[in-house]
Design a protein around this ligand. Sequence first.
Ligand SMILES: Nc1ncnc2c1ncn2[C@@H]1O[C@H](COP(=O)(O)OP(=O)(O)O)[C@@H](O)[C@H]1O
Ligand SMILES: N[C@@H](CC(=O)OP(=O)(O)O)C(=O)O
Length: 595
Amino acid sequence: MSGSSTPSTSSSPSSSPASSPPTTPPNLHQNTIDPSAPWLIQKFGGTSVGKFAVKIAEDVVSNYIDSNKVAIVCSARSGSTKALGTTNLLLRAASEALVRRKPGGVSTPGTGTVTPMLFGRMKDTSQSPPISPTRSRSSSDHQHQTFNCLAPLAVPQAGQELPVYNVTVDLIRQEHLNAAGESIRDPDIRKELEAEIESDCDWLRSFLFASQDAKVIDEISLRSRDSIIGLGERLACKFMTAVLRDQGIDAEYVSLENIVPEMDEDGSLDQAFYDRLAIAVGERIELCGQRVPVVTGFFGPVPGSLLRQVGRGYTDLLSALLAVGVKASELQIWKEVDGIFTADPRKVATARVIPLISPDEAAELTYYGSEVVHPFTMEQVIRKKIPIRIKNVENPAGLGTVIYPDPEEEGKEVPVARQSVTEHDVLGKESKRATAVTIKERIIVLNVNSNRKSVSHGFLAGIFTTLDRFGVVVDLISTSEVHVSMAIEDGLIPKIMDRLVRELRKSGTVSVHQDMAILSLVGKRMRNMVGIAGNMFTTLAKGNVNIEMISQGASEINISCVIEGRDAVKALNLIHQSCLQIPPPSQGRIGPWLF
Ligand SMILES: Nc1ncnc2c1ncn2[C@@H]1O[C@H](COP(=O)(O)OP(=O)(O)O)[C@@H](O)[C@H]1O
Ligand SMILES: N[C@@H](CC(=O)OP(=O)(O)O)C(=O)O
């Protein structure tokens, strides 16, 4: 692709701007931004890239490129919801690769027979997600190494039965081809993008085929799964680069799937790793010169697995690291909501946008169900004093929500980056009220009553060791010497859940309550407010909402309780009304009096 009038979207090392900087064709907007202008990082979520790609180019990016150096980060495209998005389809394809191919080639639904044409366009293997062969690997990664090397990847032969994942790969391919057809006017740009989509989907089929052969005891290696999901961001960024260039904005595709091996990492995802990654990503982006870098939010198969260590929503974290790496003035996270609301606006009609929220509050909200920003994002940028602004792609003029420490509370000097936090943001903070209420559904409560065969510290130690072995994260806990109640996410497959309960029974009698929800009231000002917990629980009692478990005090800015899942939306609205609603001007004000 490089050298043509369309974007360089190949992931092969030879196409990186470091080795062969593409030239800007005359029809593209020549970005002539002052090199000393501040960097602005704009991150677009999967549904935004899926639904509003042209609008992003026309109404968002174009509004900022004359006064800022803009870099954009994209997630894998989603059609209508994240659940139906490319990342989920890729994960589905990865698990379908575990379905054993039947010898003899009897076709089952979702399978077919390979035609030579379908795999006829085998991609150059140098373009497969490059894992440095010199990189140190854990033993669990060994199986991956056996097929993801520079040797050609295996593919089914003509006449051989097609694997089940083929239908899923075709769906991904077709959705991207449709998006290219609908969003890109220039036939050359579109054709080139279509060729990239075909080539990437061929790579995926080959990779899955090889994974299928290399799998060990029904499991695709974590590293391979990371590589597979990375394709979602590659496709999204190639698509977005093409859309920007089609709209006349000079953009450059930047793949980060090589960035971790290049960093010579030592194997753990600690702060030192993130610091090195931020520098590496920043340096890579500076190479784009005047072009708008379109950066994959996927940053490579990281030590211990991206999905396991960081989890879904990892592109928020990458955008934060990029903001740190280039010392950006602001990180903008663009979504389809106007910002962080006082409650989920889909569930509470009277919820309103919070103009300014502290990083702790934002993190607490994301941990407890309002997943607006990945919880790891805040720490990275705030330690470098870069504000995060949540904005709505459908309402670019809106001010959004700024996540930044309250300068009054911090007692610190206002940092330079804070100049981008407007007076509106600061004035918008509301005193003497909680900040937001959130609900986390699909919760299970596990109660364990000690069998009194050990003293209490042994009892708790036994329980935590068991939870650790099963990789279970406890959201809320309440204990006495002989009793412990724990709220956990309902994410375990039933077979594993049964095993966990059997293990816990060694410590005492166990009861399991399913279909529960955690209701959390969050706010940094609650620290000094007397009676807020009383108000919360009285409101729930009056609304006939039964409380299964209470947790207050572990975090000073959060009061949480567990309720029945079926009461979740009712409770959310009751608490919003009693603890967060702003009284109309006629109520709660004294005077003016007319005598
Ligand atoms: N307190 C909250 N404020 C804003 N959105 C919230 C809140 N709690 C839950 N949500 C939900 O989070 C979602 C985040 O926005 P969206 O742009 O759809 O996500 P994504 O970028 O991941 O596709 C919205 O659907 C919204 O209903
Ligand atoms: N595509 C990934 C990463 C991501 O960050 O997505 P989003 O920005 O749409 O939440 C996921 O689905 O998890």
